[in-house]
Design a protein around this ligand. Structure first.
Ligand code: NCD
Length: 361
């Protein structure tokens, strides 16, 4: 019998590693809420599924097969915070697998304007859909939705597509998938530089958590003093013996970097215009910096960007942010297929496709 606590406040305060059992079933991740859920074993499995999906959908036959895998399922995309690529990549990931989708992108178009609580609104979804993919400005709200759903008679899995300033696990997933592909599967031993508004950027927070899965990785956090990485993440890194440095001198860490992960200033979280008081220009990656970085260094960005990467950098083969963006669709489709346990069918189909190609030639 699964133990589901009645006390939300207590659960919310519980350390993540202690509460993961509430969000898994039969030893598998059921709700994807925290980057800490993504173990190396799970990551490798998701990468394999994503690679196989890419392969099989190259032919119409394979794409038709993929879109039959979950054609009996429906998903709700509840994105009440701005989103372009996370929304579109999840939408297209669902469509790749044949899942029918519905969406709410603004609370003003839902019954929340009639005074219905957000909790009641999301409970309504479970009457109609089999999966909830959610982006919400309030930290913890996605987790609360998953907790609520797990207590209903018709539970449905919940995927966190960005919650407040705290977590964005599927962005971290696509980021490591991109690193994995860029480094031929060898993330161990790499030096990763994260740059920008590290205090309020949920992508860099989630990505830092994932580093526990790799050996001898070291991190450099480059930010203005006002937007340094939060102590909870630094504490996590210390606990897992992951070395890091903090600096405001971007150029000093460029030559050694294997990956540079740029982020924009997160001024939507300003309470009193604090972003305007900060000179962000020392945290820009410019064309002239291409001469300083290693020939093998990759430049990443979760996007959207403002001025922190000069557009002239886009032409350089080391700028991989557009590829990173596209990787999101495949690896999110992989995660959905894992949650619904259809991953084996993708692998089987890939094996039979390969043998068909070998046999036909
Ligand atoms: C990020 C986000 O929403 O946190 N974007 C994304 O999901 N691709 C980063 C950002 O908005 O700066």
């Amino acid at each position: 019998m699964r133990e589901i606590t009645d006390n939300w406040e207590e659960l919310y305060e519980t350390e993540v590693s202690q509460k993961l059992r509430h969000f898994s079933r039969e030893g598998r991740m059921y709700d994807c809420l925290f980057a800490q859920q993504l173990t190396r074993e799970l990551l490798e499995e998701l990468f394999t599924i994503a690679d196989n999906l890419r392969k099989i959908t190259k032919t119409k036959e394979g794409a038709d097969h993929a879109s039959s895998l979950l054609s009996d399922k429906r998903a709700m995309l509840y994105f009440v915070q701005p989103s372009t690529r996370t929304f579109l990549s999840f939408l297209n990931a669902c469509h790749l697998l044949g899942i029918k989708t519905s969406e709410i992108r603004d609370t003003s178009t839902s019954s929340e304007v009639k005074g219905e609580s957000s909790e009641d609104t999301v409970r309504t979804f479970s009457s109609y859909v089999d999966l909830i993919i959610m982006r919400h400005p309030t930290p913890g709200f996605v987790e609360k939705t998953a907790w609520l759903m797990n207590r209903t008679k018709r539970p449905v899995p919940v995927i966190n597509a960005g919650s407040g300033k705290d977590q964005h696990p599927t962005q971290a997933l696509l980021d490591v998938y991109t690193l994995h592909k860029s480094f031929d599967g060898e993330i161990d031993g790499k030096k990763i530089v994260m740059v920008g508004d590290l205090k309020r950027g949920r992508t860099v927070r989630s990505l830092s958590y994932l580093m526990k899965n790799y050996k001898n990785v070291s991190l450099a956090f480059v930010s203005p003093k006002e937007f340094k990485m939060e102590p909870d993440i630094l504490g996590f890194l210390k606990k897992h013996s992951i070395p890091y440095v903090e600096t405001a001198d971007f150029m000093s860490v460029m030559p050694e970097a294997d990956a540079i992960y740029m982020t924009r200033i997160q001024d939507e979280h300003d309470t009193s215009g604090e972003s305007r008081k900060v000179d962000y220009s020392p945290f820009y990656f410019k064309k002239e910096h291409l001469k300083i970085i290693k020939p093998s260094c990759v430049i990443m960005h979760p996007l959207p960007r403002r001025d922190e990467i000069e557009t002239a950098v886009d032409e350089d083969p080391r700028a991989i942010y557009w590829r990173q963006e596209r990787n999101g669709m495949w690896v999110r489709a992989a995660m959905i297929s894992y949650i619904f346990k259809t991953n084996e069918k993708i692998i089987e189909c890939c094996i039979s496709n390969v043998s068909k190609i070998l046999y036909d030639t």
